[in-house]
Design a protein around this ligand. Structure first.
Ligand SMILES: Cc1cc2nc3c(=O)[nH]c(=O)nc-3n(C[C@H](O)[C@H](O)[C@H](O)COP(=O)(O)OP(=O)(O)OC[C@H]3O[C@@H](n4cnc5c(N)ncnc54)[C@H](O)[C@@H]3O)c2cc1C
Length: 501
């Protein structure tokens, strides 16, 4: 006899989405979480009257037909959150892209956005607008196809089960094999480097991709994110986590904190339980299904003991791109210092003298002015992050360098927010080591897909694993990075299980 229908290892957005949905549908569910709170990277902490997001701070997927819209409708809480209590509100502009000589606001409304392009890139404007119109056409097509029937049902995610999408996908793949850099497709640019930086910064912001390594469908979906709406959550990231956790518990699910899954127990080639450590005690819990929200590298290195299965996970792990290691600085500041024209979310180069590279990009988020719960009156929270490759991050002793790196980050921010250092109330930092401890991700914190030709990861890793009855959710599987995408992976895994009940 099993103790649970489903045990979920980890309470990141992926795990929480599966678990809450499965409990709502009547299954007996337990989440095992090693931290003392839920959410993983979608979390916040409060100190000195401020509530800082620790990682995810820009949100999407709340528009009609999108993932959280669908999920909240399932839980009958959509009107409360989006309308009655206005917990979730659209942010305009969704993103601000900052280049040495340009500041471009990406509004959800395309005509308003095109006005920005006209002002900032007059000589390339015509081509650029054409490029966005083409990109939007593809995005609309994919969006329409995925939304037909029910957006999240598994059958919509595979080209061979969706003939129209397969046709589109094949045509584009053939085309891209000839011409990989999509910017070339749009024609001749007067200032090609500026345009490339402008597009690449958007792709990096949402998916850590560049034009040279993203297929046209993937690119069009990423560039379409602000068009579908960027949102702020009153109270920060942990409120989103709290909403799902509340639904889990309301429908009879359980979550146990400070509990680490140490082994996935197998019976033949099937998962049937989890060995869980809580302090000094270890217990074996049986379940019909296991969902892992922990990294493939953890499954391979410690959770699966059988050598043959281990090797299969090792192979999967190798398919995923090398991870990036984030360093974040969280600041409580006087809102007087924030320039009037600055958006809530911005992306820029750390050092204008250095070339464009992943580690030279700065992500900045400011808590929304309308969210008085995030900071004392007249103050705001800022989260500033950059990402390093593991070999770069590994050379730094973060405990020794924490203070210097924090000061260096504040210096970078001076480019965007002059005099900021004089208006800081409090400063905290999260090093790559901290991120590793809190997520248990060993091989880099953010790992994107390496599959060039998979639009939106159609050919990328799915939720199924080499072990029967063990599914994988989170940002290492389709459809990839970000809270909204991770929630989708959670829905897909839940649906796979529900098919059997
Ligand atoms: C610095 C940074 C900024 C980001 N900004 C944004 C943003 O603005 N917008 C956005 O949409 N996305 C953003 N992302 C990406 C987004 O946060 C992630 O893609 C998403 O939150 C990942 O969710 P997940 O479910 O995969 O897992 P995680 O958040 O990693 O959660 C996994 C959970 O599993 C637990 N766990 C792991 N192993 C075990 C075990 N053996 N036993 C028990 N528990 C275990 C961990 O403690 C953790 O709580 C950002 C990421 C980073 C790092």
């Amino acid at each position: 006899m099993s103790d649970y229908d489903v045990i979920v290892i980890g309470s990141g957005i992926g795990g929480l989405t599966s678990a809450s949905l499965l409990s709502k549908r009547g299954l007996k569910v337990l989440i095992v979480e090693q931290n003392s709170t839920a959410g993983g990277l979608c979390n916040s902490f409060s100190k000195n009257g401020y509530t800082f997001d620790i990682a995810a701070s820009i949100f999407w997927g709340f528009g009609h037909g999108e993932v959280f819209h669908w999920l909240f409708s399932e839980f009958n809480i959509l009107n409360d959150l989006l309308e009655r209590e206005s917990v979730i509100r659209k942010i305009e502009p969704g993103l601000q892209v900052i280049l040495p000589n340009h500041r471009i606001n990406i509004y959800s409304e395309r005509n308003r956005f095109y006005e920005e392009l006209k002002r900032e890139f007059p000589s390339d404007m015509e081509n650029l607008i054409k490029f966005y119109q083409e990109s939007d056409k593809i995005e609309d097509e994919i969006y329409y196809l995925l939304n037909k029937d029910h957006f999240y049902s598994v059958k919509n995610h595979y080209p061979h089960e969706n003939k129209r999408l397969k046709k589109l996908y094949t045509a584009i793949s053939i085309f891209l094999k000839r011409k990989k850099d999509i910017l070339q497709i749009a024609g001749r640019w007067v200032n090609p480097l500026e345009i490339k930086y402008f597009i690449d910064l958007q792709l990096t912001y949402f998916m850590h991709k560049k034009t040279s390594d993203a297929s046209l469908p993937l690119l069009s979906i990423i560039l379409g994110i602000p068009k579908r709406g960027i949102y702020g959550i009153k109270g920060g990231a942990r409120v989103l986590t709290g909403i799902l956790e509340k639904q889990l518990i309301k429908h009879g699910g359980k979550i146990t904190y400070n509990s680490t899954a140490e082994e996935i127990i197998l019976k033949g080639s099937k998962a049937c339980g989890v060995k869980v450590r809580q302090g000094n005690s270890v217990s074996e819990l049986k379940a019909d299904w296991i969902i892992s929200n922990t990294a493939f590298s953890n499954i391979e290195s410690s959770l699966i003991k059988k050598k043959r299965k281990k090797n299969q996970f090792l192979k999967i792990n190798k398919k995923i791109e090398n991870g990036l290691m984030p360093f974040s600085v969280l600041l409580g500041v006087d809102e007087k210092v924030i320039p009037e024209l600055m958006g809530e979310h911005a992306i820029m180069l750390r050092d204008y003298e250095l070339p464009f590279s992943d580690s030279n990009i700065l992500f900045i988020s400011v808590s929304p002015g309308w969210d008085e719960t995030r900071a004392p009156h007249g103050k705001r929270c800022i989260t500033a992050t950059y990402f390093l490759f593991p070999d770069e991050a590994g050379k730094i002793n973060w405990e020794i360098e924490r203070e210097n790196k924090t000061k260096e980050m504040i210096d970078h921010l001076e480019q965007l927010i002059p005099f900021i250092s004089e208006f800081i109330d409090c400063a905290y930092s999260i090093t790559p080591d901290d991120y590793q401890r809190s997520t248990m991700r060993r091989e880099g914190i953010l790992r994107g897909f390496s599959n060039l030709s998979g639009p939106y990861g159609f050919n990328s890793l799915s939720f199924k694993t080499p072990v029967r009855k063990l599914l994988k959710v989170g940002d290492e599987v389709f459809p990839g990075l970000g809270v909204a995408h991770t929630a989708k992976s959670g829905i897909r895994a839940a649906e796979e299980i529900l098919k059997r009940y």
